[in-house]
Design a protein around this ligand. Structure first.
Ligand SMILES: *Cc1c(COP(=O)(O)O)cnc(C)c1O
Length: 496
């Protein structure tokens, strides 16, 4: 029997994994969730011997049950190959008593590569399985990293086109340069005059626009999403938590069944949701530590049970976490409400209408495995500087938020004995300006690429290919638009 997926906003409609991957978002605007979370069916001894690719199969076969073994292994092998600069794919690095799980060894040196290198293959396989003849148009809003990772994943993949919207003034110079130099005739990159939430809301609107869907269908197209709301994103991400746990065990760092903490620098709540799923699959996890930057909606939520997006939007040095509506949280809310779509709809309607909802104390009780905190800009910079001075290891700004929050967690709870994995979500080279400023203000006068050379020197790490590549690449995408022009821009690109 296949594991089926239903929408967080409607308990009735049930679809296979491949259909859920194809659709991205459910028709009612809800997110697809599996009817139940399957348990891992391999032992820790078996896991300890597995490669990243084998671990990925052990996890994904439980969720994507309508894919054949051959199909799934094909997708995995096409995704986790030499695009990654290490065979380990996601290495663990110990620094100052914590384990940094480096999720930035893929094509765009950020953690989005972990899922976006496999999504195009899951998607085209799912299309074939479901006799879809339309060309798939990937529509993505990005706060920086998703965009490039999606572009890199989909560029020149047959049967797909991809349109990426980014906030014109809300991404780092390197992030922008990476996107606007993207090759591939099926790619289109547009800067919007607005912030990430506006870009994401604009994309969501297009997804639920039935008229637009009809027009597209007539022209031989259909939308799909590469955003972290797609189950083809957050399910593959479960892999690296299982893999990290197994590596800790294999290397004698933890005993059998010993619980670990996981710290995740969080924005849209996709990455930490994957860790939550790993725990529910039976991985021994104690606390899920949710780290926010100054846009601390999630911290306030875990403290009070009240989600309130009505606040100033702050541009920080960790732009991929500058988010006021964490879309994937809906999956957790739905779960905490006892998989009750009706209740979830009430919360989500309140969020849309008033920008606020408050969960019940019973629901709050179910979320006690989560610990939330945040780091200010100063604390983030301090985390980079102190770890560098102590160990020589250089964190990016997002990971530094997590590192700082982990420090707060230890100070507050006195839990400093539990082995802890910190998701390291980007290479410091991607945010070299903020990283180098944090280490020493004297770097302030240097040009972007001078900084990169200097970072390589002082951190004793090789400059990643992803950076070398864009040094002299020509700009291919210059388009910008207003938020309400997004549908027109998409149609123009598709020649409609
Ligand atoms: C996307 C991103 C995050 C946030 O991940 P979510 O899954 O959206 O919570 C954190 N750090 C970096 C570098 C990212 O690119």
């Amino acid at each position: 029997m296949d594991l089926l997926y239903s929408s967080t906003r409607n308990g009735e409609e049930k679809v296979t994994a491949s259909k859920a991957i194809l659709k991205g978002l459910a028709d009612d605007g809800g997110l697809f969730v599996p009817e139940s979370i399957p348990k891992l069916d391999v032992t820790i001894e078996e896991l300890a011997k597995m490669s990243y690719q084998e671990t990925a199969y052990a996890v994904m076969k439980l969720f994507f049950t309508d894919f054949t073994e051959e199909e799934l292994k094909n997708c995995i092998n096409k995704a986790y190959d030499s695009k990654f600069d290490t065979e380990e794919i996601a290495p663990l690095v110990e620094a100052d008593g914590a384990y940094y799980l480096e999720l930035f060894h893929g094509a765009t040196i950020a953690f989005k590569d972990m899922a976006l290198s496999i999504l195009p293959h899951l998607l085209t396989t799912a299309a074939k399985k479901n006799q879809v003849n339309n060309e798939i148009v990937i529509l993505t809003a990005t706060s920086g990293d998703t965009g490039k990772a999606a572009l890199a994943g989909f560029a020149d993949v047959e049967g797909t086109k991809i349109v990426v919207f980014y906030p014109k003034d809300g991404v780092s110079p390197i992030q922008k340069q990476q996107m606007v130099t993207q090759k591939g005739d099926n790619t289109y990159v547009v800067g919007i005059n607005g912030n990430f939430d506006q870009a994401q809301t604009g994309v969501k609107k297009m997804f639920s626009d039935k008229e637009l869907a009809k027009e597209l269908d007539a022209a031989g197209y259909q939308f799909s999403s590469a955003n972290s709301i797609n189950i083809g994103r957050f399910i593959p991400q479960i892999t690296y938590y299982v893999y990290a746990y197994a590596k800790l065990y294999a290397n004698g760092k933890i005993a059998k069944d010993e619980k670990i903490n996981i710290v995740v620098p969080t924005g849209n709540f996709g990455n930490i949701l994957s860790a939550f799923y790993a725990k529910n699959m039976g991985l021994p996890v104690a606390k899920l530590i949710c780290a926010s930057n100054e846009n601390k909606v999630l911290y306030d939520f875990f403290e009070t049970g009240k989600y309130d997006k009505n606040r100033e939007f702050i541009l920080t040095s960790s732009p991929s976490m500058d988010i006021l509506i964490s879309s994937n949280l809906e999956r957790l809310i739905y779960w905490a409400a006892g998989n009750d779509a009706k209740k979830n709809v009430e919360f989500m309607t309140a969020l849309t209408k008033e920008g606020v909802y408050e969960i019940t104390p019973q629901m709050q009780e179910k979320l006690k495995d989560f610990y939330g905190n945040y780091a200010s800009e100063e604390e983030t910079a301090e985390a980079i500087r102190t770890l560098y001075e102590k160990t020589g290891y250089i964190l990016d700004t997002h990971t530094a938020v997590a590192s700082s929050v982990y420090g707060k967690y230890k100070a507050e709870t006195k839990d400093d004995q539990t082995t802890t994995v910190i998701a390291s979500t980007a290479s410091p080279f991607k945010f070299s300006r903020s990283v180098m400023d944090a280490i020493d203000p004297k770097y302030d006068t240097m040009e972007e690429f001078e900084l990169i050379d200097e970072l390589s020197k002082i951190g004793n790490v090789k400059i990643p290919n992803a950076i070398e590549e864009i040094r002299n690449a020509p700009v291919r995408h210059k388009a910008t638009c207003e938020v309400d022009e997004m549908p027109r821009v998409v149609k123009e690109f598709l020649g409609m």
